[in-house]
Design a protein around this ligand. Structure first.
Ligand code: GLU
Length: 482
């Protein structure tokens, strides 16, 4: 077995090993992120293995969704993905090596026999575990040609301690680990065997995954140690079992807490990848009180000793705040493209880009940007919200008409000049600016919320602005006839 000092010089290889379920779960995304960062921080490599042995769930669509989600988050891998289902022969080969070396044995127990064993254990309130009935029996006792599974011969005395990089030392008595199945009667490998063989063959040095797999580590280690005894070159990996993500109520994160798939955060919540990256990083890993951490800072700072031992609680508000931060930081042309793709009508990218600095000041999601930008491309006659219509009473319409006259002769169509004109008109009417700005907003956007009204005028341009104002204005003195 490789000693600790050997391992320190061997380059770090991590892996993310999702089972396709139809989407990339945010817990999985965080595991992928930690593996990616750990490898990047230590100058190592990180690999992707698709655990697609459950043929029913592992559709191409489910696999594509995982790869697409990882790609969107900016997590790249250092080799093509490994597909576990391609490697069944190799898994079986290792099972046979274990068998030949006496570290595994054939079990001829029939399903009925095992069911009866379990029923007895249940009745006697014993732990439900295979009772090793074939461990010391000879194959010759089985009927000719009887089907068998191959089971691992797990040491029954002593205990195993894992020096987990996140959980610390965890010890389990070997007697508590069952002689589980490596190879089924039809010759197909079990998940437990496949993971170990794949990790070895991919040169994985660090297994970083959810702590729901900590128990599996105690079952997987005996294979590793047996193979190391048989042929050498099977060092124990370093384990890091990361606590799962919980919802705000403290229960394991599930659909009832909101989106659990990365695509839900992208498509429904309108989150930018760098915001989710930062949020998932902070969820369970800390560096002082720092909330905003860029990708390159994360690579520099990340290590497993900063991962908390307790489950992290998902807080959508924090994610939204981070998203607002990254929206303000983001390049305007890039945001314009993202927003344009989500608008329900053709959007002019140049205009959207130009509008972005004023649209993004308060937005916490792409959805808010899409909503905020809608007025730019709205067609006349504008669809009005009830609130906006409510603002346009007769008096307001008359004021708009007066303002329109002044704006028609306005040549300097800048925010400053438009503000000066509007203010002077408000002063003339002895009104606060708001009394003018509100109906202007209603007329120009059809809503009661928008960026600053002078920014709206500039973005729409003189012609469109006046057409919209005039559509709502009624000339002074004629309202009684309308
Ligand atoms: N395929 C397993 C899962 O998606 C992960 C296995 C592992 O990381 O060892 O939960």
């Amino acid at each position: 077995m490789a000693s600790d000092s050997d391992r320190k010089v061997s380059p770090v290889v991590t892996r993310f090993a999702p089972s396709p379920t139809g989407y990339l779960h945010i817990g999985g995304a965080r595991t992928a992120l930690f593996n990616w960062l750990y490898a990047r921080h230590h100058g190592g490599r990180t690999l992707l293995r698709i655990e697609d042995t459950d043929q029913k769930r592992s559709t191409q669509d489910a696999i594509d969704k995982i790869i697409e989600g990882l790609d969107w988050l900016g997590l790249n891998f250092d080799d093509a993905p490994v597909f576990q289902s391609d490697r069944a022969e190799r898994h079986a080969e290792v099972a046979h090596k274990l068998l030949e070396a006496g570290h595994a044995y054939k079990c001829f127990a029939t399903p009925e026999e095992l069911e009866q064993m379990r029923a007895e254990q249940r009745a006697n309130k014993q732990p439900m575990r295979y009772d090793r009935r074939w461990r010391d029996r000879s194959e010759s006792e089985a009927p000719d040609g009887a089907p068998f599974v191959i089971r691992l011969k797990v040491p029954t005395d002593g205990e195993t301690t894992i020096h987990d990089a996140v959980q610390g030392d965890v010890t389990v008595k070997n007697a508590e680990i069952d002689d589980y199945v490596l190879l089924r009667a039809d010759g197909t490998p079990t998940y437990m065997l496949a993971v170990v063989v794949d990790d070895h063959d991919m040169g994985v040095t660090h297994v970083i995954r959810g702590d729901d797999h900590l128990n599996n580590a105690f079952r997987q280690l005996p294979i590793i140690r047996a193979m190391d005894e048989i042929e050498g070159g099977w060092p124990d990996p370093v384990y890091g079992h990361v606590p799962l993500i919980h919802g705000p109520d403290g229960a394991k994160m599930s659909k009832r807490h909101g989106a659990v798939g990365v695509e839900g955060y992208r498509d429904e919540e309108g989150v930018l990848p760098e915001a989710l990256f930062n949020y998932l990083l902070r969820l369970g890993w800390g560096h002082g009180d720092r909330e905003e951490i860029t990708k390159s800072e994360a690579i520099e700072l990340f290590d497993l000793d900063g991962v908390g031992k307790g489950p992290a609680r998902f807080d959508i508000k924090k994610l939204q705040n981070l998203n607002g931060h990254y929206i303000r930081e983001a390049d305007d042309a890039r945001l314009a493209k993202i927003v344009a793709a989500r608008m329900d009508r053709q959007a002019d990218l140049d205009l959207l880009t130009q509008a972005m600095p004023v649209l993004k000041t308060r937005a916490k999601s792409i959805n808010e940007l899409v909503e905020g930008a809608a007025f730019l491309f709205a067609e006349r006659p504008l669809e009005m919200t009830d609130k906006a219509t409510g603002l346009l009473d007769d008096e307001a319409r008359q004021r708009l008409a007066g303002l329109s006259e002044m704006l028609h002769v306005q040549n300097d169509w800048t925010s400053e000049a438009l503000e000066a004109t509007t203010k002077s008109y408000a002063e003339k009417l002895e009104l606060g600016l708001g009394k003018l700005a509100q109906p202007m907003r209603a007329a120009l956007t059809g809503t009661t919320t928008s960026p600053g009204i002078f920014d709206v005028l500039v973005l729409l341009g003189k012609e469109e602005s006046l057409l919209r104002i005039d559509a709502q204005a009624s000339p002074t003195g004629t309202e009684e006839n309308d």
